[in-house]
Design a protein around this ligand. Structure first.
Ligand SMILES: Nc1ncnc2c1ncn2[C@@H]1O[C@H](COP(=O)(O)OP(=O)(O)O)[C@@H](O)[C@H]1O
Ligand SMILES: [Mg+2]
Length: 245
């Protein structure tokens, strides 16, 4: 579904992504973990065509988008649902309008139908009856759920979650991951999730990649991560104070 081939991205004379190659098969759950500023968010943005790499190729659903015009990339981007790190809900819209936003643009769908889809998806994420609230009335966990409802409302083939549980307590975190798993199973979508909460995301994904200073240090089954010999990976997944990090 997604293939990165030798992708490099430079910022300020530094390779923020350094020859990254990844191959995500369809219908699976993939996790991406790594220390702060290791390139996780940049990688997600490269995958969905928001950032263009300086070298290498990006292939989404068998289309090479590396040199696509912006209008063609927009077409590819419709295959994606995205939850960004800061939720990015619009304060001037109701919760229901926020959720409906991805299907509102560029479609002639009737307002009633739009509203019922939005109400339904809010039910799915455990927020029945919140459609007429505004984002500022919601807790952090509820805002994340609204973001998830919005990311998935168009039943996208690929869903990208950047830190879906940042700042949430452990119980809410578990509930959010259950929700992501249910939505993934229902839509059979390909999911790529970034998280700093190593234990929580490991319980959620089938495959995991570890990135450090723009380089992929591990990419493979989650259950084999513990036997990765790389000292940075070893330290990072255990959270040890001593080590190369
Ligand atoms: N638009 C940009 N201009 C310059 N540097 C950037 C830009 N976006 C990201 N970076 C740098 O790239 C590195 C990786 O960033 P990011 O992918 O956001 O890290 P994280 O792994 O925490 O998500 C950081 O050092 C960040 O400062
Ligand atoms: Mg980030």
């Amino acid at each position: 579904m997604i293939r990165l081939e030798d992708v490099t991205k430079w910022y300020d004379g530094r390779a923020v992504l350094d020859h990254v190659s990844l191959h995500l098969e369809p219908g699976m759950l993939w996790g991406l973990i790594g220390p702060a500023a290791s390139g996780k968010s940049v990688l997600l943005k490269v995958v969905c065509g928001l950032i263009r790499p300086d070298e290498g190729r990006v292939i989404v659903d068998q289309r090479d988008i590396t040199k696509d015009k912006e209008s063609d990339i927009m077409e590819t981007r419709r295959k994606f649902g995205m939850l960004f790190q800061n939720n990015a809900l619009f304060d001037f819209m109701t919760v229901g309008e926020n959720v409906a936003f991805p299907i509102y643009w560029g479609s002639d769908i009737e307002p009633d139908r739009l509203r019922s889809l939005s109400v339904k998806r809010l039910q799915d994420v455990g927020l029945s009856g919140s459609e007429d609230k505004v984002p500022s009335e919601l807790s952090g966990g509820m805002k994340k759920r609204v973001g998830i409802a919005r990311a998935t409302i168009a039943d996208p083939k690929i869903v990208i979650y950047d830190e879906p549980t940042a700042g949430l307590d452990p119980v809410t975190t578990s509930k959010i991951y259950d929700l992501l798993r249910n939505l993934q199973q229902r839509n059979e979508s390909t999911v790529l999730a970034v998280s700093s909460d190593v234990q929580a995301i490991r319980g959620f994904v089938e495959h995991i990649a570890v990135i450090h200073q723009g380089r992929i240090l591990y990419n493979g089954p989650e259950r084999e991560l513990d036997s990765c010999a790389d000292p940075v990976v070893h330290q990072f997944i255990r959270g040890d104070a001593d080590g190369p990090l």
